[in-house]
Design a binder for this molecule. Sequence first.
Ligand SMILES: [Zn+2]
Ligand SMILES: [Zn+2]
Length: 412
Amino acid sequence: MTLEPLPTLETLRDEARDIHDSTVALRRRLHERPEVGNELPLTREAVLESLDGLPLDLTLHESTSGIAGLLTGGRPGPTVLLRGDMDALPLHEDTDEDFSSAIDGHMHACGHDTHTAMLVGAARLLSARREELAGRVLFMFQPGEEGHHGARHMLDEGLLDLPAGIDGAPSPVTGAFALHITSAMPTGWLSTRRGPVMASADQFMVRVTGKGGHASEPFRAVDPIPVACEMVQAIQSMITRRIDVFDPAVVTVGRIVAGTTNNVIPETAEIEGTIRAVSEHTRTEVHEGIRRVAEGVAAAHGTEVDVELVIGYPVTSNDDRFADFTLDVANEVVGADRVRRLPHPVMGAEDFSYVLNEIPGTMMFLGGTAPERDPSRAAPNHSNRVVFDEAAMPTGVQLYTAVALHHLAAAN
Ligand SMILES: [Zn+2]
Ligand SMILES: [Zn+2]
């Protein structure tokens, strides 16, 4: 597919640079006061102040601190959704940044502060072009991405139930786009792929109940510890023997707890782990497999077992055509030598998956490690030492803006 060059696209780079100071200022303000979860009052206040004066119809969500901003263009057309997440992580920051977290135990270690600031930047650039837009842009500022289902809450509260467009006709959301900064790529590089781009993430908990007793006489007890150990092994065998290697899953037991001392057989043992998959088919197979294996091993040894699955984020799946489209836009913005088509998905998870389950769209990665540093050795996202290069932010601002402009132009 070839993109029709946009008459205004040439100037986007200059405009993103012109507003860079304010983008950085907002990013640092958020970085210094990171908030975790779905209630982000300081963050919401900072975003609202930054959007002040822009011609957006704002909806302040009530179930969370989410903000939806609707920009209505001068001509009718569909709506394109741009997402920026706003929440931080519960960890202590150990960087030397001047603006490092002032809230102990909270850190913007996933770069969501940069996403929010870049999306505000895009709102400025697109607002300045309001009259020429044929359609609308829905800015989704979401909380609670880090495991709190913030996007799901915003959808449930009616994010996509939009009023009619300026001509009175429906103006549905026909495309959705989100960026994620990563220290694993150099500053300003962009990457994504068709189809699954990030994994699903579920948890499982298994509690094995035997019969406690004296460690010297196990035959009088029912020892749950070897049973739990056998389950850990059997679950790994289930993954390698039952799951298609080309539609993979990862199961990691991250916690195993039993007993109190050397000469007591405890009554119970617990194992807990995470399940990652890149298709809903495999995800379901693993859920069933863990239950079957845990129950089978427990029965073999005469213990009781309780298996609990906690369902997390679905697979984040890009629409093939929209992924090709955004890769074309990326080529235009940064040049083809800085754009990578990912060979395989990333096993992390994202709640933008909920949006992409309803609207065709793309999640794209933006490199954020300065050129003098080696991205393969840089502290990763979620590290207490991760540092994101602010020089990447004008690229993100341009990309959000250009995706919206191209999508609306192509629909008319
Ligand atoms: Zn994260
Ligand atoms: Zn993130």
